[in-house]
Design a protein around this ligand. Sequence first.
Ligand code: MV4
Length: 454
Amino acid sequence: MVNNDIMIKKVLIANRGEIAVRIIRACREMGIETVAVYSQADAEALHTQLADEAICIGPAAASESYLKMDAIISATIVSGADAIHPGFGFLAENSKFASLCEQCRITFIGPPASVMAAMGNKTQARKTMAAAGIPVIPGSDDAVFDVSQGQEIAAGIGYPVIIKAALGGGGKGMRVAVTAAEFASAFLTAQKEAQQAFGDNAMYIEHFIEHPRHIEFQILADQEGQVIHLGERDCSVQRNHQKLLEESPSPALSDELRRQMGEAAIQAARAAGYVNAGTIEYLLEPGGRFYFMEMNTRIQVEHPVTEWITGIDLIKEQIRIASGGRLQLTQDQVTFQGHAIECRINAEDPEHRFLPSCGLIQDLYLPGGKGVRVDTAVYSGYVIPPYYDSMIAKLIVHAENRDEAIAKMRAALGEIIIGGIVTNVDYQYDILSHPDYRSGEYDIGFIDKLSAAK
Ligand code: MV4
C-alpha cells in the first residue's frame, strides 16, 4: 500500500517524551499531520514543539492530563484528527479508552478494545492460549479469590508457586511462596496489593520457574487476519521489573527454538484475534522449555531493536494496519540482519538506590556514527520535570554480530555527556562489561548478581 492510500490524515499523539517524538517523525514522513497534547509542565517539551499543532490538556500530574480521557478525546475532535496513537504507558493498554475511541469514530492505532480487554485479563489470556495449544506455565485454570482454594491448587501444582493478580503484569500484586507454610501470607499480601492497584482481587497461581529468561516476540497482524512475527527480544536484564537493556537476537535461542517460539507467537496472536503490533512474552527455562506469560497490546519501548534487525518501521506499520492496509511482507520475506542492543538511559542515581534525578540539562552530547541511533526528547537547556518516567533516552546500536554490537555500545556510552543531572550511563557500561553479559549467559537474576558484586 502506498502512502496516499492511507485513510488517516491527522494523528493525535496521546503521549509525551521520546515515543511522542518517534510517532511525530513517522507521521511526518508519511505525509500525515500531527497533533501533540501536553501538560502545563510540558509547554517546552520537544513533542509540543515538533508537532504541527499542540493542545494543552491540563496540569502537570499525569492523572490530570495524559490520563484524562475526556480531555484527549475533546482535543482530537477539536483538532479534526481522525486517529489517536497512544504510544506506551499512560492510556496505551486501557481498553475503556480504546472503546471510547471506537464509540467516537476515532481510529485507535492499536488492537480492538475487546481484544485489549481480553489480553489485559491475564487469567483469561492464559486460558485462551492454553486452549490454542500454546505452552502455558502449569497453574490454576480460573481466578482464585481465597486462601483455602489457593492452597489446594498450589498443592496440586507443586511448590514453589507464584501468586499473580489477574489484572496485573509488570510485577505488581505478585508474590512467591516457596513452601505451603508461606502460602497464606503471600496470597493475602499479593491480593491486597492487587485490590489497591487494580481495584480487583482476582488472583491466579503458577508454578514458579527458576532462573528463566524473559524472551518476547514482536508480531504484526493486519485486519485481514495475516499475522507475521519479527523475531525475539531478550529482555532479561531488568531491575524491579524495569527493563534496562534489550537485545536481538537472543544469545539463548537456537534457530530451531526461534522457529518454534515464533510459530507459537503467531498462533497466540491468531487465538487472540489480534490486530496491529503486539508482543508475546515468554519465560524460557534454562533447559530450553518456553511458556507463554502475557501478551502486550501496545508498541513497546524496545521496538527499535526489532526495527534494526528487520528493517521494518514498526510505527509506520501500526498506522498502515490501523488504516486498513495489508501487511507488506509474508513470513518468508522477513529477514534478520546482524545484532542490535538497546540501553535505556534513565535520569536516576544508581549510587543512591536509583532515586530519580531531574532538573536542567546543562550540557548534552549524544553519540552518532554508523550503527548508532538515539531516540530522545531531551535537548541542551531542557528541564526534566519530576512528574513522569525517568527514561530520557534510548541508545540503540547495530552491528554484524553480538561482540561487535557490545563493542559499539560501550564506545557510544563512553561518548555520552549529559551534564547537570545524574544518569545510569556508567551503570549501563558496567552491565556491558560483566563477564556473564559478555558471554550471553545471563537470566532475570543478572542485576541482583551485579548489585551483590558491588
Ligand atoms: C513468573 C516468574 C517465574 N515463574 N512466573 C514478573 C513480572 C510479570 N510479568 C511476571 N513475572 C514473573 N513471572 C512464573 N510462573 C518470574 C517472574 C519475574 C520476572 C519475569 C521476567 C523478567 C523479570 C522478572 C523478575 C522477577 C520475576
